[in-house]
Design a protein around this ligand. Structure first.
Ligand code: G3P
Ligand code: CA
Length: 253
């Protein structure tokens, strides 16, 4: 975290490395997460999905086509099939051989070292994935993460309500890029189970930030891919900035 200044006051802003430091290394791979740690991010953001045979894996798209040398839907491929894919070369030859990580691997390698912002990606495609995620966290005693910096978020609000029941002590975030979710009524409904309201920066205004805070929620906004976007969010009173480039939001640079 670093101190940012708005209206003359210093405040703490968390630096969240989106899919790892995705601007610098292949997203959602160990290379990208290690890079984020090296760049002193406060959190890594990961996208969780599930293989055909039930393994929780870290990948953003619901197909493997864009980020690997394979084709097909994540949910139709076995873990063995997913694990043979090259998830690094699309970002550069030097990353050849990076694998699709598992959720377990990420928890074991990074918990306690850096915060983990866990996105359940398209949970509607993976019935029961909430239970599997909850089990992995409980096995590691990460379900009361005051000091472990674990947050779970999704665009799927029903899934987050379920997570809130399964893991009542773990902070929850709701993701949206839709203005319809910024109404007073919508925000109030989110605040019944969510700790974070996490909007695309295109819908962030001073008023919105104030409303979210007055309902007792924090606000993390995404996704910074330019210095302009970083500067805009730094001028707002947000609690965290989710960025492909951790250095853009770090005042030490
Ligand atoms: O963490 C926020 C951001 O990751 C949401 O969008 O599509 O990059 O998963 P997306
Ligand atoms: Ca994400």
């Amino acid at each position: 975290a670093f101190a940012a200044e708005t209206t003359g006051e210093l405040r703490k802003v968390d630096n969240v490395a989106h899919r790892g430091a995705a601007g610098y290394a292949p997203e959602n791979t160990i290379a990208a997460f290690d890079k984020a740690v090296e760049m002193k991010a406060d959190y890594i953001e990961i996208d969780v999905q599930r293989s055909k045979d039930g393994e929780l894996v870290i990948i953003h798209d619901t197909t493997v086509d864009r980020t690997t040398d394979g084709t097909g839907k994540v949910k139709d491929l076995t873990f063995e099939q997913l694990r043979t894919l090259d998830a690094g070369s699309f970002k550069g030859e030097e990353y050849k051989g990076e694998k699709i990580p598992t959720f377990d691997e990420i928890l074991d390698r990074y918990h306690g070292k850096v915060g983990i912002l866990i996105e359940l990606k398209a949970p509607e495609l993976y019935p029961g994935m909430e239970e599997s995620v909850a089990q992995e966290l409980k096995e590691r005693n990460l379900d009361h993460p005051q000091n472990e910096k674990i947050i779970i978020q999704s665009f799927n609000f029903e899934s987050m309500k379920k997570i809130n029941e399964l893991l009542p002590k773990v902070p929850i975030g709701v993701l949206t890029s839709s203005q319809t979710h910024t109404s007073e009524q919508a925000l109030k409904e989110f605040s019944a189970y969510a700790d974070y309201f996490n909007p695309h920066y295109g819908i962030v205004t001073e008023d919105l930030v104030e409303q979210v805070h007055s309902l007792g929620m924090k606000i993390s906004s995404w996704t910074v891919r330019s210095q302009e976007a970083a500067d805009f969010l730094l001028s707002m009173d947000v609690d965290a900035i989710i960025t492909d480039y951790p250095d853009y939001v770090d005042p030490r640079n």
